[in-house]
Design a protein around this ligand. Structure first.
Ligand SMILES: NC(=O)c1ccc[n+]([C@@H]2O[C@H](COP(=O)([O-])OP(=O)(O)OC[C@H]3O[C@@H](n4cnc5c(N)ncnc54)[C@H](OP(=O)(O)O)[C@@H]3O)[C@@H](O)[C@H]2O)c1
Length: 218
């Protein structure tokens, strides 16, 4: 029924894997049979995550200390260590970074830098898909709405938050990373999506359609 539930043999590098969405991706992809390279700055957290995954007996998770803001040479060295861990990398989930949401549909005064960087990321996705297709590399972006994590904790605890969701979000609820985002990630990794490249997938319960900038207005 859903062939992308089995991703055995895929080696996936996830940045921002030490907490939140990235950590949930690692756990879910490990369950689907992937080999995981978990990258972030807090190596202790990564090692604990990898120990959990490896505790099932097969060595298939590797902790990679990486600051994505490092210079080119440092990044190159880290990618080499990641490659050497399992001899290949099939997928990069570039999760650590600016807050990437569907805000290209919601413009907020004062958000010039943020909105511009968001549009740049969308263009980066399309241009990379254009240039790398010849190597059979597909490039897609996921633009999440609000998902529970360290960065959204205080927002979600604000009085009235649930009311705003009930009144403004078309589907009337906010999903959890697993399965709302994890199912799409698995589909994009699987060959079922081999014809899909250069897309920006907005996963937000329809929230940004209404034009209410939830992040900024509460
Ligand atoms: N949660 C949401 O509702 C939401 C919505 C839209 C977009 N997003 C985006 O989704 C991504 C994950 O967010 P999250 O909610 O899961 O936040 P989070 O729980 O704070 O996780 C952020 C992750 O990124 C890592 N990180 C931060 N700076 C880094 C750096 N310079 N180098 C390497 N790793 C770095 C952190 O690990 P270390 O500190 O150990 O390095 C951590 O693992 C972010 O890009 C965020 O902007 C989230």
């Amino acid at each position: 029924m859903e062939p992308w539930k089995d991703l055995s043999g895929k080696v996936v590098l996830v940045t921002g894997a030490s907490s939140g969405i990235g950590l949930e991706f690692c756990l879910d992809l490990a369950k689907a049979g992937c080999t995981i390279i978990a990258a972030a700055r807090r190596i202790d957290r990564l090692e604990s995550l990898c120990n959990d995954i490896n505790s099932e007996g097969i060595w298939r998770a590797f902790a990679l200390e990486l600051d994505v803001m490092s210079n080119g040479a440092t990044i190159k060295g880290a990618v080499q260590r990641a490659w050497d861990a399992f001899g290949r990398i099939n997928v990069l989930i570039n999760n650590a970074g600016i807050r990437v949401s569907g805000l290209n549909r919601v413009l907020v005064p004062g958000g010039l830098t943020y909105a511009s960087s968001k549009m740049a990321l969308d263009m980066l996705t399309r241009m990379m898909a254009l240039e790398l297709g010849v190597y059979n590399i597909r490039v897609n972006s996921i633009a999440p709405g609000v998902f529970k994590s360290h960065i959204t904790e205080s927002l979600m605890q604000k009085e009235g938050f649930n009311n705003v969701i009930l009144r403004t979000v078309p589907l009337r609820y906010l999903g959890m990373t697993d399965p709302a985002l994890t199912s799409l990630v698995k589909y994009l990794i699987h060959t079922s999506s081999e014809y899909v490249s250069g897309n920006i997938f907005i996963v937000d319960s329809g929230g940004t359609l209404t034009g209410v900038p939830i992040f900024s207005s509460l």
